[in-house]
Design a protein around this ligand. Structure first.
Ligand SMILES: [Zn+2]
Length: 902
């Protein structure tokens, strides 16, 4: 008899359990796995349980099947079908995406865990805020609580494997009776985001079925569709202020459930990289975290290496500096962000792949990369990936599932350690606020309440407690009026408040980093945020703020001269103008006084009979309108609104997406145009302003865009592919506007149009001769500046784009735009802003080689024919972050035909 037992059955017996297995699964998965060592004993089998549907029972195929990608609604359909039949699975709804898809979280655990989910949720909530707990009470809770381990796939839509794998993982956790899975099920509650970018998942799956399903290798790859989500691509993992709907949904869920671990599953590196939080590390986070991260990644590397799986490594890729990655919400709130990069083919096709890239250290990762490439053995890569491999979707599934199961194994072995660490980090955050100087922040109410509201509400969204001082505050650091906002550091998320508000001191200019080095919120938003070293701030009496709602005012009284809406730097002024677009308005070009009231340049003058409309618009926007006893005598111009277009390439829509998002939020209407419209010509007949956001890699990329592969690549709606063609349609997205497009843009400007270029796009008018005398060059190879915040000096303060800016020197985000040069004779008239440069000009983050930007123009206003080009070497609308710069663009829109200032 024993001779007849299959190896699989023996294996099960040796693990001490017997369960009916899906024999076809074992056979099929073995076939799909391209080498025996790419499979592990954790995932080479799958139980068959009568009445409990596996992914194949619902979808018709196993996870990791060749040429199968699952649409988002089918992912959710599977989880709901499973939950309907298993008392170990539960699906909850957490709201909708931008395009109206439902966001869900799937829980899987023992029947006890799922039945008492609410109780376990409350335990974690208590540990997350230990202020009300004694040590003994905390220990008691840790003794009976269970960690929630949250796993997310599909944040990046081209990374297609994990959403497939997660279905199998949840099924396995719900059904398998092996000792390992039982222990996980009993000791850990696993929660899953099936696809963190649901809209992008469907668009990518459509694109895959339309174009990529017949791909055979890296060289015939058709890339990705022009859009994933509604606005952005990879930056859904850089959305530090949680602007996008799906990020907000997840954050809200997180703050309700407090999973101590959040684990993002990405795809890129061969064969699997597991994040260990290498340097540069954010020093404000709890040091315990830096012990936990390599603890997990080393365990996974060791386990998978033991199973014979090559290419599992750690350390030398992503660092721990920027807190803006999506799952970082966990580390930011005293939990632990975990992350994998799994090898993937951008779809479900098996491909021959060559692994000849540089060591992971070369792609933003820092120390550890010693050359030798990805396939070299290193201390952090004991069994390197192969130099060439046939790689299948099922390989990807095997790696990610084995990795996650190993992580869950560790968690299940030490659930109380995980909980204790979570508790301890929360406790430490509170204590650090009491014992370490920098005890808090004060955000005084400035003339513009809307930017204060942005800061306060962004902190509040992340669970940070903010109060309003009940009376005047006298501290060693200064005196602040009653009503000032107070952020005390002795709170569970006090560390996060510090991370977001402090100046980023990059620890070592020799280190590189994966994303931005600076994000200081006060500098980005041009909002006064005062660091408080005086411990007395902790005792200031405050009223807690839930959300700070702005309230504007319109002064009543005689208004023979109309009303002036004060230009105080609020981005909402442009919204007001558009909400009242049918009311004639004028802008004052110079400041004046009306009674005691200073009326700054750029303030909008509305007629006396517009009181009702003005009141309805001004109050919710948080603006201030005053009545004028007499009409202003300073020069004014009409504030008429332009016919506005935003130009996007097809190949690089993301940075355009951030600009679209800002324009949508501030209610500035525009046409989104592509090369198709540019090439039609007569742009001046349709538009007054064409805005070309930062996109692609310089001017050639902007003009020639996606290289043609010889046949048209259409992006259009059809009955079969409903999500393609969203946000613009094209018969062929390749080829770019070409030189004929350049000619049309030149004609547009010469015929009186205003062209605005941002960031890298500002090399375009220089390189292609639209602004003939402007030169654009690049910084040297030694220069390195990943998103620091630097000083910029306004050299022409009377220019309308600076209405509302009161300081001569302001903080701007460095955008890696071109180094611009204009002839000396034009400097005075055309340079509106410049970079003082030098190390002292770096306000937050890292700029290596800061002398290279010394006195370089930051913004140019160049007349061309009857029109003009505004070139920004900065990127004034960046990732919903640099609110303080947005108004330069909104001002350019409102005053588009009045920019000429002698
Ligand atoms: Zn990714």
């Amino acid at each position: 008899m024993r001779m007849l037992l299959s190896a699989l059955a023996l294996c099960q017996l040796s693990l001490g359990y017997a369960q009916t297995m899906d024999e076809e699964f074992a056979k099929t998965v073995k076939e799909w796995t391209t080498k025996p060592e790419f499979l592990s004993p954790l995932v080479d089998h799958l139980p068959k349980v009568p009445g409990v549907p596996s992914p194949k029972d619902v979808l018709g195929y196993y996870a990791g099947a060749p040429k199968k990608l699952t649409y988002y609604s089918d992912l959710v359909r599977y989880y709901r079908a499973l939950a309907a039949k298993s008392p170990r699975v539960k699906v909850i709804d957490i709201g909708k995406t931008d395009e109206g898809r439902e966001c869900v979280v799937v829980f899987v655990g023992s029947e006890d865990s799922i039945r008492n989910l609410e109780t376990y949720r409350q335990y974690l909530g208590q540990l997350a805020d230990p202020r009300k707990l004694s040590e003994a009470e905390a220990s008691a809770i840790i003794g009976k609580a269970k960690p929630i381990y949250h796993v997310m796939g599909g944040l990046h839509s081209a990374e297609t494997g994990p959403p497939e794998m997660l279905m199998e993982l949840v099924y396995r956790l719900a059904t398998e009776d092996s000792p390992l899975i039982r222990t996980i099920r009993d000791n850990v509650i696993v929660s899953v985001t099936p696809a963190a970018e649901p809209d992008g998942r469907d668009r990518y799956v459509d694109w895959y079925y339309k174009y990529k399903i017949n791909e055979t290798g890296e060289n015939d790859s058709m890339g990705a569709p022009p859009y994933w989500g509604k606005y952005i691509y990879h930056d859904n993992n850089r959305d530090i202020n949680y602007s996008q709907m799906s990020s907000q949904r997840l954050l809200t869920w997180y703050l309700n459930w407090h999973p101590p671990i959040m684990h993002e599953l990405h795809e890129s590196e061969p064969f699997m990289y597991t994040f260990s939080g290498q340097d540069p590390q954010n020093p404000t986070l709890d040091p315990i975290l830096y012990g936990e991260l390599p603890w997990f990644s080393n365990f996974e590397m060791e386990q998978m290496t033991k199973y014979g799986m090559p290419g599992v490594w750690t350390h030398a890729f992503v660092d721990m500096w920027s807190p803006g990655y999506l799952g970082f919400m966990s580390s930011n709130h005293n939990g632990m962000l975990r992350m994998y990069e799994i090898f993937g083919n951008g779809g479900a096709n098996t491909m021959h792949r060559k692994i000849n890239g540089p060591d992971g250290g070369g792609r933003g990762g820092a120390g550890g990369g010693r050359g030798g490439g990805m396939t070299s053995r290193q201390w952090y890569r004991p069994l390197p990936p192969y130099a060439e491999v046939d790689w299948s979707m099922r390989n990807n599934t095997n790696y990610s599932e084995t990795g996650v199961l190993s992580a869950l194994q560790l968690t299940a072995a030490f659930p109380q350690i995980i909980l204790e660490n979570f508790y301890k980090k929360s406790r430490n955050s509170i204590e650090a606020g009491k014992t370490e100087a920098l005890h808090g922040y004060v955000i005084p109410m400035g003339p513009d309440q809307t930017r204060v509201a942005f800061v306060v509400n962004t902190l509040r969204m992340q669970g940070i407690e903010v109060g309003r001082a009940k009376s005047d505050v006298k501290l060693a650091d200064g005196t602040f009026p009653a009503g000032s906002f107070i952020v005390k550091r002795d709170q569970p998320y006090g560390r996060l408040a510090k991370i977001l508000l402090e100046k980023q001191n990059f620890p070592d200019p020799a280190l590189t980093t994966y994303d931005d080095t600076g994000w200081t919120m006060g500098l980005m938003t041009h909002t006064k945020v005062v660091e408080i070293m005086d411990k007395a701030v902790l005792d200031v009496a405050v009223d807690p703020v839930d959300k700070f709602e702005v309230h504007g005012t319109v002064a009543s009284g005689p208004a023979a001269g109309g009303y002036a809406v004060i230009e105080n730097g609020s981005n909402n002024l442009v919204t007001l103008r558009y909400r009242l677009k049918d009311v004639a308005a004028r802008a004052v070009e110079q400041p004046f006084k009306s009674g005691d009231q200073d009326i700054p340049a750029g303030s909008l003058i509305f007629p006396a009979n517009s009181y009702d409309k003005l009141k309805a618009a001004v109050e919710p926007l948080g603006l201030k309108a005053v009545a004028l006893s007499a009409a202003p005598t300073v020069p004014m111009h009409d504030v008429d609104l332009p016919r506005l277009a935003i130009f996007s390439t097809w190949g690089s829509t993301q940075e355009v997406g951030w600009v679209r998002y800002a324009f949508d939020k501030f209610e500035v209407p525009y046409d989104l145009i592509y090369k198709e419209r540019i090439k039609q010509g007569n742009l001046r007949g349709s538009y007054d302003v064409i805005l070309i956001p930062n996109q692609g890699r310089g001017s050639k990329g902007l003009v020639y865009d996606i290289e043609s592969k010889g046949k048209p690549l259409e992006y259009k709606k059809s009955d079969q592919f409903k999500t393609l063609g969203d946000y613009g349609q094209s018969d062929d997205i390749t080829g770019g506007m070409g030189l004929e497009g350049v000619v049309e843009l030149q004609k547009f400007v010469e015929n009186g149009g205003l062209m605005i270029t941002l960031g890298t796009a500002s090399s375009f008018p220089a390189d292609f001769g639209i602004t003939r005398k402007v030169e654009a060059s690049r910084t040297s190879a030694a220069f390195y500046a990943p998103g620091p915040i630097v000083q910029a000096e306004i050299t022409r303060p009377v220019h309308p784009i600076f209405y509302g800016y009161t300081e001569k020197t302001i903080p701007v985000r460095w955008a890696n735009g071109p180094l611009l040069t204009v002839p000396a004779a034009d400097r005075e008239s055309q340079v509106l802003m410049r970079f003082p440069g030098g190390d002292q000009g770096v306000l937050s983050g890292l700029m290596r080689g800061a002398n290279e930007i010394r006195t370089r123009p930051a913004i140019l206003d160049v007349p061309v024919g009857q029109g003009r080009v505004l070139l920004f070497a900065t990127n004034p609308i960046y990732r919903w972050q640099n609110f303080g710069e947005f108004n330069m663009i909104f001002n350019a829109v409102m005053h588009f035909n009045d920019l000429k200032t002698k």
